[in-house]
Design a protein around this ligand. Sequence first.
Ligand code: ATP
Ligand code: MG
Length: 437
Amino acid sequence: MHNTKKEKISSVKGMNDILPPASAGWEWLEAKVRDLMARYAYRNIRTPIVENTALFVRGLGEVTDIVEKEMYSFEDRLNGELLTLRPESTAGVVRAVTEHSLLYDGGKRLYYMGPMFRHERPQRGRYRQFHQIGAEALGFPGAEVDAELILLANALWKELGLENIRLELNTLGQPAERKAHRAALIQYFEQHLESLDDDAKRRLHSNPLRILDSKNPAMQGLIEGAPRLRDYLDAESLAHFELVTAILDANGVAWQFNARLVRGLDYYNRTVFEFVTDDLGSQGTICGGGRYDYLIEEIGGKPAPAVGWAMGVERVFELLNLKSQAFPMPAPDAYAVLPDAHLIPAATVVLEALRRAGVQVQMHTPGSASDGMGSMKSQLRRADASGARHAIIFGADEFARGACVIKSLRDGTGAQSEQPLADAGIWAVSLILSATS
Ligand code: ATP
Ligand code: MG
């Protein structure tokens, strides 16, 4: 015996446990997502959490926030490979689709859910381990798929009962169109050098697009008059964008054009979009995505178009938690009250029969070995606290008659009835059915 108390080990900063009862909300949301994905014929894909670092460097682009400063990268001690905890899943999905030639017989609609890792400053809506749900449609060039993905996300907000989410939409055109626009921007700003602030002068040749984001009031007039990417889109790109918006309009999905929406990652082309809420302060983007027709090629696959989105699950919960009763809290159908310890073996046989029949049953269990089972009264108090709709009481007298007592806990009547121990599978249904009333 020694008394040295061990120091506690706590979780890693920015990485959270998801505990009951909140975890029931996660299961509820995941079930909704699975159901909805099936209705749009999206199939589940599960890729490793660890990938080769090169996948993200190439896939996301070297000068993105994620690759420059947010990745958890390490060297495999055993073989020296450079590995990274996935900061997002699109790159992994594209790698898997390419590695297994999934596009050989046509496009694929895929979805995933899981943890992602980014070394950011933890704050509300921003964590180091967080979760994304994402949908990707690979191998389809058409704008109707862009729109389908947006409709799918929009349907998810409806299913979850979320409101106050707006859709911002932009088109980035194709690389050649962006290049022509960039050249025109540089030329335009060069003609107005005297009106540029220092920041803008510095960015003029490296990143002229960023000048458009300037908050400097003195430059707003100049920015207003700058060449717009929209005017550099060819007929095909324009038609693509118009079909996306026509489908959204036909379905009554409101959207706002946002020419400044470029998204953080390098790989997007044509359609980009974000679902944004004002209810979460500065972490208001709950879902973002777009078309990425050049990524598959970039990762070494046979060129194929693709489009997708990813949503931040924690941010969705922060929105849900603003509403009361957003999702049902779990409670068993029945709580087994066992005042007589020697009846436990026989009672468990009845409980097993009920569970086989689909009833959710929680058995009374004392907290410590010396407690005994506790009085009927204290067990019924526990039954009540469990949220169960019924108590199943295994009293000695009824037991001797081959019966147990079902007591109603939630309808205010406290009504009791006897049921035979032998036919639990038959009356099980009454415990389940009354769950819906
Ligand atoms: P932000 O601008 O908020 O940093 P992002 O552009 O980096 O977002 P994406 O890479 O597009 O985000 O990821 C898609 C979604 O994942 C985001 O819209 C957000 O809801 C969520 N998300 C991103 N980073 C985090 C994080 N560190 N913690 C929680 N959720 C996150
Ligand atoms: Mg970010």
